[in-house]
Design a protein around this ligand. Sequence first.
Ligand SMILES: NC(=O)c1ccc[n+]([C@@H]2O[C@H](COP(=O)([O-])OP(=O)(O)OC[C@H]3O[C@@H](n4cnc5c(N)ncnc54)[C@H](OP(=O)(O)O)[C@@H]3O)[C@@H](O)[C@H]2O)c1
Length: 282
Amino acid sequence: MKNESPLVAKGKTLGIIGAGVMGRTLLRGLLDSGLITKSQAWGTAKTESSCETAARELGVPVELEYEHRLKNTGMLLICVKPAQAAKVMAHLRESGLPKDTLMVSIMAGLTRAQLEDLLGTANPWIRAMPNTPCIVREGMTVICAGTHASDAQMNRAQRVFQAVGLCQQVDEMYFNAITALSGSGPAYQYLIMESFADAGVRVGLPRHLALTLVAQTAVGAARMVQASGRHPASLRDDVTTPAGCTIGGLLMLEDGKIRSVLARAIEEATKIAGSLGEPKRS
Ligand SMILES: NC(=O)c1ccc[n+]([C@@H]2O[C@H](COP(=O)([O-])OP(=O)(O)OC[C@H]3O[C@@H](n4cnc5c(N)ncnc54)[C@H](OP(=O)(O)O)[C@@H]3O)[C@@H](O)[C@H]2O)c1
């Protein structure tokens, strides 16, 4: 990717508003991958202690007072909770945010139209939905462009998230479903893995061994799907011998309605994702 333009232009910086779990993860990914240098990065959080923790961890300025940095900020990642969005946007608007700063939001539930409306400027916006495996650079992120974002700016945002995993451009109409499937997805996978580990203990395995087996089996199966490009049902058939133990276990899972239980979970989470950007009743 040597001939790609720099992520932020010479003399410009990249800022993180909300140096929490996701904000710090994204900044670490950008620094580790060499997409930006330490001198190009800065961040802020709500409390002094969070600023200190992030600054120590990342080796870049993370401070309560950041307004003086805005004039040179080429890209700003908004990583606060959705409930903080209105306050943060009002503050940015009043603090001299340049009109050409590329804004990237990872806030769940806030649409492009809401983001543009909250900031009330013509800044280009990109809406993203990452997930926590970005921490180990195995994240899944989707992005879509706001009204004023160009293809080149989408490309820059995509490179941010590719530093911590896969990133795909999608239509915003899919965001609620994606929030459920890959945003909340790790939590569902953890529950499934925990259940399998318990099952291992039930049939006599030490817990740490059971968890090692379960986690690596999940990694391996996921890699098989990605590497082969084959349908999971076809891969499943490969390991299902006639009258063997796998078909016996599969039938028990089907008896427990595993498919509809998982589908209903995603259906419910999708519905809730659609209501996250709505004003909260007190
Ligand atoms: N975690 C996930 O799985 C996930 C996945 C996809 C998207 N997201 C989205 O990512 C965003 C952040 O999630 P997170 O898990 O990283 O939350 P988090 O760890 O709580 O981080 C939020 C950060 O925002 C800071 N903050 C709050 N108000 C602020 C303000 N007025 N100005 C500047 N900073 C402020 C907080 O500072 P203090 O630490 O000082 O309070 C904290 O560092 C959320 O919008 C969420 O919807 C999360």
